[in-house]
Design a protein around this ligand. Sequence first.
Ligand SMILES: Nc1ncnc2c1ncn2[C@@H]1O[C@H](COP(=O)(O)OP(=O)(O)OP(=O)(O)O)[C@@H](O)[C@H]1O
Ligand SMILES: [Mg+2]
Length: 618
Amino acid sequence: MNELGAHHEEEVLGKVYDRRLLSRLLLYLRPYRASVTLAVLLLILHSIVQVVVPLFFKVAIDLYIQPRPGTPNELAWLTRLLSPDPLSGLNQLAFVFVVLLLVGFAVGYWQAYTMLMTGQRVMYDLRMQIFGHLQRLQVAFFDHNPVGRLVTRATNDVDQLNEMFTAGVVAIFGDLLVLIGIVSVLLYLDWKLALLTFASLPLIGGVSILFRNFVRDCYRRTRIAIARINAFLSEHLSGMTVVQLFNRERRAAAQFGEINDQNRLAWRDAIFAHALFYPAVEVLAVLAIAVVVAYGGSRVLAGTAQLGTLVAFLFYARRFFQPIQDLSEKYNILQSAMASAERIFKLLDTPLTIASPARPRPLPSNAGRVEFRNVWFAYNPGEWVLQDISFTLEPGEMAAIVGHTGAGKTTLINLLLRFYDVERGQILLDGVGIRELELEELRRQFGIVLQDPFLFSGTVASNIRLGSATVSDEDVTEALENVNLSGFIRTLPEGLDHAVRERGATLSVGQKQLLSFARALAHRPRLLILDEATSSVDTNTEFQIRSALERLITGRTSIVIAHRLSTVQRASKILVFHKGQLREQGTHQQLLAQRGIYYKLYQLQYRDQEVGAVADDD
Ligand SMILES: Nc1ncnc2c1ncn2[C@@H]1O[C@H](COP(=O)(O)OP(=O)(O)OP(=O)(O)O)[C@@H](O)[C@H]1O
Ligand SMILES: [Mg+2]
């Protein structure tokens, strides 16, 4: 895999604030408008509580504990609401304070819960949308996009967005509210002292920006490293047999060590920056507080400021520098979330080039007549894989397709099922162009046994049924009976409920093939397509497959990409492909008589096979 090509997408970081992206993201919040409004209101309430709490200390000190009648007191008006007696006044204050704390607790809990749950709902929706879109994307898309990258979209990228919804944006909003509140209160209480407190801000701001830029680079490096680790792991895990067979373990470990080290080094730098930044801001903040104590203290002594004001300032100062510290981290969250959003939307915006037409035509009959009319096709522009292919299959007819490896046989099937669209010409099913049919309707007509049978993790039964409600239990057993698999199934302790591992890893190739035969049969398709695997199976299984095939094709239009002589000879029409062209067609006898490509193929390949098969049978 081209590593740079595969991971460069993870490296791109866009703007932190992108109106277009943001307004599109907000659309996902629409269904949860009520929850979001509630969360924002609670957030405002929570911020107010946080700003108000330190004021209690000031009031308690300045009104009751150590009142200084001579000095100005901004909150003197509160005496009108409270008891003049110091002890009962303090009790009143304590009571309101506790109530306020409880309210703050409840509001904080409610706010966090509402916001985080909304985030999770949005993530759920987004993942569903991504998977839904991926399922409808044309096969060609997957030819160009590695699986690992697509998995990252639905997992890591969505998580990044979640961070933004929950930790990032909301927290920044809350922090800003608290900051504004604190700044106003400080200015109101004592503007000179307030300005002095803010004096260290430019310094802290500068350090924060330095830190942010440095850490952002580290994070980007870790993301690239993780993407590389994922790609390396997935490739080597699925190819473990080859790794072990060729004794590549040590080399693979060395390669992995190198990539792993990139991740460690990136983190080392990030950790260094964190370890330096937070204590540095801490020192600056404490310095600022020291200045407040020194200057504020002298003012208290001089009788121009209240002691309570100084105490409140100390509380506020601590609460003031923390959000500024967090802001740089949140800035990074926002930025990578925006980049994730960009990537997710790019995926969601990939147009569906193969989709049902707006007004699909119904199939006129149930016959199953297939016609290729001057079909041209290329996977890559200009490199024709199929050239000017024309043929017709009458209902119930069985065609065998033969040709060398790479001749375009599987491609023909891909076109018939509209995994790709033809470049020129037309494919018709029962006289209707397949592009005019509803996609689901088209594919429902076919039963397919692929060259490389694919099984899902689940059970034997679920793999045959594939979630279709129309396939009854009887259909499943009957299909297994018909492909001679029921004997094998009976030997399994759980029978039909036998667990099938991912990709059918615990079954033999022959068993997988017979299972996919059963799957095609159970769905009772009108047309049958069979891409025979070249891998050899034992004579017994070969015989089973042959007789299963016999049952499969009776009464159905079938296309069999054939490697076995028995299959080819049984066909009523043999199509001979050579380098993307349909060079000969006819019955076995006709084609032999022509002494062309088929004759040569037959000489080379099929006669040997026949001799071998006869010898095997003896
Ligand atoms: N997804 C793809 N993208 C680009 N080229 C492709 C793709 N699939 C197949 N090809 C090319 O198209 C040509 C025809 O491939 P196809 O799979 O149809 O061959 P085939 O006749 O089925 O061969 P085989 O007998 O080995 O299965 C080959 O040259 C192959 O390299
Ligand atoms: Mg093929």
